[in-house]
Structure formats: C-alpha cells, structure tokens
Design a protein around this ligand. Structure first.
Ligand code: CO
Length: 316
C-alpha cells in the first residue's frame, strides 16, 4: 500500500482539488481576505450559525410625523419587541411620500425593492415581509410582485397577510375595533372612513360591515374612494334614526384623508356634509395603528409567517 509520505501527498492533492472546486463555485462571493478561504467560511458560520433573520414592515407611509410616530413607528416597535431574534426594517410603498420626506425632512425611506436588495446584500437568509395594509388590494399585490422578484435571494421569504383577509381575521379586526369605540347610546353611531379602491378587494369593507352588524354594533362603514360612499352611509344613518355620529378613520394612519377628507374644513369633508344633514359630529382623529388591538393583529400575522402559516388557515 501507500507509504506515509505518499499518503500525505495524496491528501494535499485532494484538499487542493476541493479548494479549487470551492473557489470555482463560490469564488465571486469570497472577500479577497488573507488566510485560507475555507477557514474564513468556517469562522463566518461559527459567528452566525443560522444567518441573519429580518422582518420588513411595509406600509403606504405618511408625511404627517405625529401620526407616523404613534401608528407606523408603534407597530414596527411592537413587532420588534415581539421578535427579538429578528432585525426589523421599514419600507413605504408610496413614492410620493418617500420623495416628500426626503425633500422636506431629509428622511430617507426605502421602497420595498430597495429594502429587500439591501437585506440581500447584507446576508439575510430568512426574511418575513409584513404589510401594514388593511385590505388585499393593489398595494398588497404590488408587495407580492416585488417579493416574488426576490424569491431566489433568501433561504426563506414569506409575506404576511393584511388585516382583512380570512373570516377569522375579520372577527379579530372587529374585536380590536371595539377597544376604540365610544359608548353608543340609542341615537349615536360611529362612522368609519375606509380608503376604498377600484380593486375587487373593495368588497372587504362590506364584509366588515356585515360582521359589525352581526355583533349588533352601531358602526357604519364608508370609503373615500369607492362604495359605499358617504351618501350611502347617510341614508343608513337616517333609516336607523341616528342623530349623533363619531367619525373615525378605518386606516392605519390619521393622515391626509382623515385630516382633510374626514375632519377638514372643506365643504365636502365628511364632517361638514354630515353637519349639513343635521347630525352632531364628533371627531376621533387616530389611525388604527394606534390601537393596541391592531398592533397585536400585525404581531399575529408575523407569528403566522414564522409558524409556516402566513395565510392563517385553521386546521379543520
Ligand atoms: Co388615498
């Protein structure tokens, strides 16, 4: 058989072969650092046995700093403290808001694409993308499309669902909403201002209404853009002999729509329309993101992703 020296020689040749194969396969990704590349790789694995884990929280964004702090920031912080093993990042979907914040406040916010590119470059291996969106409409689909472009960039990449999705999710949303409802005596109702969309997911608002009705809550849902509009809501208020309403945004933030379209001084704000119709109007100028119940919904969505059940499907 082989002598001791021969054996050693063969071993050296074999390890050189392995090294060159390794370099051919992964050479591009290796830093041109001193020392043996295989050893470097081992050190890296020793430091980060599982790779970096991150949660990218995506929202439309808002240029109103006060509401941003108590809604988007608060939701992100709640998620960060609930999942300490994960690094939480932010992206906004609105390029108008990103531009405005950059020019006006010198605040740099990533688009979902930019945020995922950075996470890829920084070596994240497990990424959960959690939108703070309310309905699975156009913006949610846009998030899905961007994420799809990165599906080969991470070992694991999962997208959480928005607030209104499965039937259980609506029940959860109604329970959470109860936490911010005023005491409603017989002629006092709450009117929610949702956003509305031309996307078929606009039907979410009617499903929410149906669930609120099931609970016997005097809460009426309208939307700024789409159906049901404020006219439909007013007709309902009258049929129910309501004299006083509290207006609330059914949106993550109390931003432009809430401040102007809902509570503003313009003639066609919901406040002024309702007052002209003879209703006493109260204003609740807080986004859903301020509601602990909604913050917990987002935490639950992320947890479902970690548990491998991003759509929250219950076992029969
Ligand atoms: Co809008």
């Amino acid at each position: 058989m082989f002598s001791k020296v021969k054996k050693q020689k063969i071993l050296v040749v074999i390890s050189l072969l392995i090294c060159s194969l390794f370099l051919a396969a992964y050479g591009d990704n290796l830093q041109p650092a001193a020392g043996d590349p295989v050893e470097e790789q081992e050190n890296l694995e020793f430091q980060q046995p599982e790779g970096k884990k991150g949660i990218l929280v995506i929202s439309f964004g808002t240029s109103y700093p006060e509401t941003r702090k108590v809604t988007i920031d608060a939701c992100e912080e709640k998620i960060a403290e609930s999942f300490p093993d994960y690094e939480v990042r932010r992206a906004f979907t609105s390029s108008i808001i990103i531009k405005k914040l950059k020019e006006r406040d010198n605040i740099i916010i990533d688009t979902p694409e930019e945020a995922l590119s950075k996470m890829k470059e920084e070596g994240f291996t497990k990424v959960i993308v959690q939108p703070l969106h309310i309905i699975p409409g156009y913006e949610y689909e846009e998030v899905l499309a961007v994420v799809n472009n990165f599906k080969d960039s991470f070992e694991q990449l999962t997208v959480g669902r928005p607030v209104l999705y499965g039937i259980e999710d609506y029940k959860q949303a109604v329970e959470a909403l109860k936490q911010q409802l005023p005491a409603l005596d017989k002629d006092h109702a709450v009117v929610l201002m949702g956003h509305g969309t031309t996307h078929p997911a606009n039907a979410c608002y009617s499903c929410l209404q149906s669930m609120l009705d099931d609970e016997g809550l005097k809460v009426f849902v309208g939307v700024v853009e789409g159906y049901p509009g404020i006219d439909n809501v007013i007709a309902k208020l009258k049929r129910n002999n309501i004299k006083e309403v509290t207006l609330m945004p059914y949106m993550l933030v109390a931003g432009d729509h809430a401040v102007n379209d809902m509570a503003g001084d313009e003639e066609d704000s919901w406040k002024n329309i309702l007052e002209r119709e003879g209703f006493v109007v109260n204003i609740y100028l807080h986004g859903l993101g301020e509601n602990i119940g909604y913050q917990e919904i987002y935490v639950q969505r992320v947890k479902d992703c970690i548990d491998g059940n991003p759509l929250g499907i219950k076992e029969e």
